[in-house]
Write a protein that binds this ligand. Structure first.
Ligand SMILES: Nc1nc2c(ncn2[C@@H]2O[C@H](COP(=O)(O)OP(=O)(O)OP(=O)(O)O)[C@@H](O)[C@H]2O)c(=O)[nH]1
Ligand SMILES: [Zn+2]
Length: 206
């Protein structure tokens, strides 16, 4: 999948230089001072390198190719042509406005044509998009688009339910609010019964 590289423009030129690890650690020291603390005190001395390492985990999605993850498929499924659903896939993402966590669950379904994919791959695809700076609506359609492109199924349905920490720990400070987004493709879009079956299976009424 040709996800645009945020560091490059459309013709592939580098428009934003990736900083060195030392530069990234310096930026963390700046933020620590901005927060009102002293990065030179003992307890914070290793914090910049820990934060940079943690960023490598939280944002590892930039290094992953969701289409590649869906390449391995299995054909011996004896004509199985009903919905395959993986529900309650926990995800941790980060809102691109505040870099605060978005924590929630994803429900992903597809109706296979001739081949099925290993179910863990659906969860991997969710993570490949979650581990980036995101807007929930974008992440929802990116997951659906990747599955549609890679598997060419009869339909794809994706629902995300996310708690945005930028909303529950600051700003408007509304705790327990869940944002729900959905992306429906193929049969889930055109066939009301198919959509209803999916929504009922994830415990929502259509
Ligand atoms: N639609 C959408 N909005 C989001 C998402 N994540 C965060 N937001 C919102 O993005 C908006 C950014 O608004 P701004 O006014 O630019 O930022 P802000 O001053 O920090 O806003 P407040 O959060 O209201 O304090 C906020 O309303 C957030 O709640 C998301 O995934 N989708
Ligand atoms: Zn936010």
């Amino acid at each position: 999948m040709n996800l645009p590289d945020p560091l490059k423009n459309q013709t592939g030129e580098l428009v934003v230089e990736k900083p060195t690890k030392e530069q990234a650690e310096d930026a963390v020291r700046t933020l620590l001072r901005w927060a009102g603390d002293n990065p030179e005190r003992e307890g914070l001395l290793d914090t910049p390198s820990r934060v940079v390492k943690a960023y490598g985990e939280w944002f590892r999605g930039y290094e992953e190719d969701p289409i590649d993850m869906l390449k391995r498929t299995f054909s011996e499924v004896e004509g199985y042509d009903e919905m395959v659903l993986l529900k309650d896939i926990r995800f941790e993402s980060y809102c691109e406005h505040h870099m605060a966590p978005i924590i929630g669950v994803a429900h992903v379904a597809y109706i296979p044509t001739a081949r099925v994919v290993g179910i863990s791959k659906l969860a991997r695809v969710v993570d490949a998009f979650a581990k980036r700076l995101q807007v929930q609506e974008k992440m929802t359609s990116q997951i659906a688009n990747a599955i549609e492109t890679a598997l060419r199924p009869h339909g794809v349905a994706v629902v995300l339910e996310g708690e945005h920490h930028c909303m529950c720990t600051r700003g408007v400070n509304k705790n327990g609010v869940t944002m729900m987004t959905s992306a429906m493709r193929g049969a889930f879009k055109t066939d009301r019964n198919q959509r209803r079956e999916f929504m009922a299976a994830i415990g929502k009424s259509a």
